[in-house]
Design a protein around this ligand. Structure first.
Ligand code: ZN
Length: 291
């Protein structure tokens, strides 16, 4: 990926998978095909795979070089993870680390890993398998996690819930806690370099979006507040994966309106290439304008 510049910062997207992922009527419990029929220009091949009818998703991390630090925002899916209920990604072997190296980043270079939330597809590369142990992939990194988010998944783990998120908490979050590399923070945490968390609950209880600013330039890592461009036509559509669909809807609607009005440059977690863009008005709702 070509680098995106935000002031003095350089941002690159490291993609682990991009392609058809899930059918819209499965992913959005309130999906209404009439909304698509009314907006035929919104259903192009980049949004929905013509062969399968599934939503096109990208799973990627962003790596930011600030000049002082190398920062990873979210950590994708990971290799060798036991994800039996996600057969596409079960015991996957991807070229993620090689792609990171091609972007000029060795694992030792990463100073911080910022987590928007702790779902399985955002924490995988926190760790890698060494023998039969999960060890931190980034030996020198601090892993920054909102305490509210951590405590929620800790409780899910204690209950032994049968979900890929519980498995991910065990194989991709707890190991970095055990080495002392995790930092649990408030959901208004700020990192000196120009990064600032903002609470955006609903998709998960402790989801944060991450503001980034350098010089007069800024952008927003949107995490999973919006998964797919269809949710800009219909911000009310929460997903199968949302812990609290009503709160997720409220947060999404607020942030979509706010950042459309401001023209904020956005870095969403699942939009396909070229990913970076802005939300713009489209009739009574919104659409995404890729950069
Ligand atoms: Zn996700």
């Amino acid at each position: 990926m070509q680098a995106t510049r935000i002031g003095d910062f350089e941002v690159r997207r490291i993609t682990e998978f991009e392609g058809p992922f899930i059918a819209p009527e499965v992913f959005f419990p309130e999906f209404d095909p009439q909304v698509l029929r009314a907006n035929p220009d919104m259903a192009g091949p980049r949004l929905v795979d013509p062969a399968t009818g599934k939503l096109v998703f990208s799973f990627h991390s962003f790596v930011v070089k600030t000049g002082h630090h190398t920062i990873l925002v979210d950590a994708c899916i990971g290799n060798d993870k036991e994800r039996p209920t996600r057969p596409q990604f079960h015991r996957m072997r991807s070229g993620f680390l090689a792609d990171l190296a091609r972007a000029g980043v060795k694992v030792e270079d990463v100073d911080y890993v910022l987590c928007t939330h702790l779902h399985w597809d955002h924490v995988g590369w926190n760790t890698r398998l060494e023998g039969n142990r999960w060890v931190p992939t980034f030996p020198n990194a601090r892993y920054i996690v909102a305490r509210r988010e951590f405590e929620h998944w800790q409780e899910v783990q204690r209950r032994g819930e049968d979900s890929p998120h519980r498995l991910a908490f065990e194989d991709s979050v707890l190991p970095v806690v055990q080495t002392g590399q995790a930092m649990l923070v408030g959901d208004d945490y700020a990192l000196e370099d120009g990064f600032r968390f903002e609470s955006a609950p609903g998709h998960t209880p402790g989801t944060v979006v991450i503001h980034v600013r350098s010089k007069d330039d800024s952008a927003l890592f949107l995490g999973d507040v919006v998964h797919h461009q269809f949710q800009l036509m219909q911000p009310a559509w929460s997903t199968l994966a949302c812990t609290d669909p009503a709160l997720s809807r409220k947060t999404r609607t607020r942030l979509v309106e706010e950042h459309a009005a401001r023209g904020t440059r956005l870095l969403p977690a699942h939009f396909p290439a070229p990913t970076v863009g802005r939300i713009v008005r489209h009739g009574a709702a919104y659409r995404y304008a890729f950069e």
